[in-house]
Design a protein around this ligand. Sequence first.
Ligand code: FAD
Length: 395
Amino acid sequence: MSLKFSGRKSGPISSARCLPTLPVARGRGWHPTERDNREWMRILAENGWSLPEWPVEYGGAGWSPLKAYIFEDECAAADAPHVQWRAGYSLVGPVICNFGTDAQKARYLPTIRDGRELWCQGFSEPDAGSDLASLKTSAVLDGDEYVINGQKIWTSEAQYADLMFALVRTDPAVKAQRGLSCIIIDMKTPGLTVRPIETIDNAVHVNEVFFENVRVPAANLVGEANMGWTYAKFLLGNERHSNALVQRIKREIRKLRELAQNGEFGERFIEKPTFKRKLSELEIDVAALEWAVLRSATAHGQMAGRDMAFASGLKVEASYLQQRVADMQLEIIGPWVAPDFPEPDEGPWIEARFGDAPEDVPGAMTKALFRRAAPIYGGANEIQRGIIWRAVFQK
Ligand SMILES: Cc1cc2nc3c(=O)[nH]c(=O)nc-3n(C[C@H](O)[C@H](O)[C@H](O)COP(=O)(O)OP(=O)(O)OC[C@H]3O[C@@H](n4cnc5c(N)ncnc54)[C@H](O)[C@@H]3O)c2cc1C
């Protein structure tokens, strides 16, 4: 999706509305694009900030989890894209550092550091989301290569990722969890096809990925064969922790307060007791989330492996807080978000629908729509509750 705010009904497009800068687009609630992500990675790398929490020996800044947290807080306050939410930094890199070979560390860590290569995470399949261990994509050893066949789905950013960290079945004969391995796949390998999926916010964030006799060097296997479930759980702990995005929610609440106070959309919502109460409740819940995130961040760092049940709890709570803050923003924006669907021949829906709207509207609307997915991605909340239940009651 392009970041165009074209005024279909309101005359010529001003250049300021066509190409908002990175912080302006983020401040308005737009999802970062490939261009944004690559640009942001370059800026971080140039300043030595691209791997805040990683040890210096792996090219990281060597900051404490608290310092890394504060840095992300400042980035959020400045409307910069997430530091944490990059698959290379938050998800894949720590697995390679902990379980990869020296050759893999030498090959992949530098490009994660300088942002030259972006990653996607290929775990979910059409019949294996919540029941991930039942996945079927197979990797069969043939000489010094694995031959991969099957399909992944909901793969975030696969449409422009350079590399995939995939969970594949290497032994179909043993118990589901025991026959899985993690392997690194170059997205340009022949036989690999990416098919984008358009989501409810009229954008492409996720994809289907098909493998037809995709040949991958055996040296790309991460850790031991058939130990993939262990590495996947390590990665998912980091994913659920970073999904909390508490610094972003704090920033959005400040924005919500501004909108409630300035009356830009007709009414000063801050004067409505019911709205004020909801806002205070949200702020209290987010403060509680922040303390929980800080406890988790300082007790179990990114490299050490998270407490799985705690990470699940953060993910569940944060997903609803993200929805609440986005929904309250829509409450203020009010009639501007009322559907005005174009005729089929009227061009991209987003331009037609938001052509005349104030600048905060499209990002607020699309963000609120995308956040319907927050309780699903990173593992559905029902599954997280099961993990918490087992940790607490089945000790
Ligand atoms: C925006 C987005 C981005 C994503 N990005 C990625 C990615 O980059 N990489 C990747 O690998 N995956 C990704 N996913 C996939 C995500 O991890 C799965 O969607 C998720 O695990 C749920 O699996 P599913 O979609 O197959 O739903 P299902 O497993 O079919 O579940 C459907 C519903 O049934 C419920 N349910 C299922 N089993 C149980 C149970 N045992 N008890 C109670 N309720 C149950 C679920 O909670 C859910 O509400 C993404 C998903 C979304 C929406």
